[in-house]
Design a binder for this molecule. Structure first.
Ligand code: F6P
Length: 381
């Protein structure tokens, strides 16, 4: 059945927030209203907001009428101000001035309930009753899996948009937020270098990224950090940590005064460790540098876990542009009667839709390995 012009497209942000999500929301809303003349519903707090609204209605016709009234009464800023309102009809002004702002004006959440088929069913029923024609989901791995399940279990058009600083999605060269997070890490490394140089220290900085080392390796390449350790390189054993310490000490004997080491949070240790990698590496390095007869017994190591700092801040122009391109492709696909449900992806600098179920881009791991080699050759001293 062809949807009526009034039937809205809904958009939500899910999982860890990523810079560029606001630029993306702005683009989705403005393209909907200006180019396609289709209303856009913003869903607060990701899937959790949808589940909340579904439970509020819970099959009750009266509650559904009330929800519809709330949506049509409290539009734009009015709806956004009321933290209890889960579904907001967006207008032009509601996305004004948000382009580069970090976080997401709609809020985001991780929703474990959404793993349950019966909960997804409640949500699908709600969206159908509200006459929603399509849902756009921006988020990382888990959020896009949720989108894939919704697509399989309903007749709704569903488009996912990769937004995660981890850059761990194999089907796209870049996700929203990565460019900004790398930028932030370069800024952080620049600050740590000041102390590293002044005190002739080794700084071990732990980056985010889950099981992927992409964020760390991109930041290392862009900042000139001397060493980067990623999960893809395998588990760190005592022996490997000693080899890394030897490498740093060797550089010191050749006149190097300091070193910045990036370690991705996903790096595993053998034997397994509970503490953050930055602290374990600090202990191993410090023990090596302080050993009997060491050439630099005063060489100090300082660890830092950079944490959520990496998710915040003003989105870079690169992320804002990618956000607009992803939004445009999402709309294009949604409105194409032959368009497929899937995820927007950047491949060979073109934005396209990768249908759900075809998410593998094997070249990505080759590309990551090449980047590691490039970093090594540039950073060797
Ligand atoms: O997926 C983004 C990310 O920031 C990861 O890099 C990190 O492991 C995780 O989210 C942290 O999650 P939370 O904000 O829930 O602590």
């Amino acid at each position: 059945m062809t949807p009526s012009p009034e039937s809205p497209v809904a958009v939500l942000c899910s999982g860890g927030d990523a810079p560029g999500m606001n630029a993306f929301l702005r683009a989705v809303v403005r393209l909907g209203l200006n180019r396609h003349k289709i209303p856009v519903y913003g869903i607060r707090d990701g899937y959790r907001g949808l589940v909340r609204a579904a439970r509020q209605v819970n099959g009750d016709a009266e509650a559904l009428v009330q929800l519809k009234q709330e949506i049509s009464r409290n539009t734009g800023h009015r709806g956004l101000i009321d933290a209890q309102q889960s579904i907001i009809q967006m207008d032009h002004a509601s996305v004004s001035g948000i382009m580069g702002k970090g976080g997401t004006i709609l809020g985001s959440a991780r929703c474990l309930d959404f793993h349950k088929p019966e909960v997804r069913r409640e949500v699908i029923t709600l969206l159908e009753k509200l006459g929603v024609r399509a849902l756009i989901v921006s988020g990382g791995d888990g959020s896009l899996t949720g989108a894939k399940l919704l697509a399989a279990e309903s007749n709704l058009r569903i488009i996912g948009v990769p937004a995660t600083i981890d850059n761990d999605l194999q089907f796209t060269e870049m996700s929203l937020g990565v460019d900004t997070a790398v930028h932030t890490l370069v800024w952080a490394v620049d600050h740590f270098i000041d102390t590293a140089r002044s005190h002739r220290r080794v700084m071990v900085l732990e980056t985010m990224g889950r099981e992927s080392g992409d964020l760390a390796r991109m930041a290392a390449l862009a900042s000139g950090a001397e060493m980067v350790i990623t999960p893809e390189g395998g588990a760190l054993t005592e022996e490997r940590m000693t080899m890394l310490a030897e490498k740093i000490e060797g550089a010191m004997t050749r006149g190097r005064g300091h070193a910045i080491v990036l370690i991705a949070e996903g790096v595993k240790f053998e034997p397994e460790q509970k503490r953050n990698g930055a602290y374990i590496l600090r202990d191993a390095f410090q023990a090596y540098f302080g050993r009997e007869g060491a050439p630099f017994p005063d060489l100090e190591v300082r660890p830092s876990v950079l944490g959520h700092l990496q998710r915040g801040g003003h989105a870079t122009p690169g992320d804002c542009i990618l956000a607009a391109r992803f939004a445009e492709e999402a709309w294009k696909s949604l409105l194409d009667p032959n368009g497929m449900n899937g995820i927007t992806a950047l491949r060979y600098n073109k934005v396209e839709i990768v249908p759900f179920g075809c998410e593998d881009l094997p070249e990505r791991s080759v590309h990551s390995a090449a980047m590691d080699q490039l970093h090594d050759d540039l950073a060797n001293w």
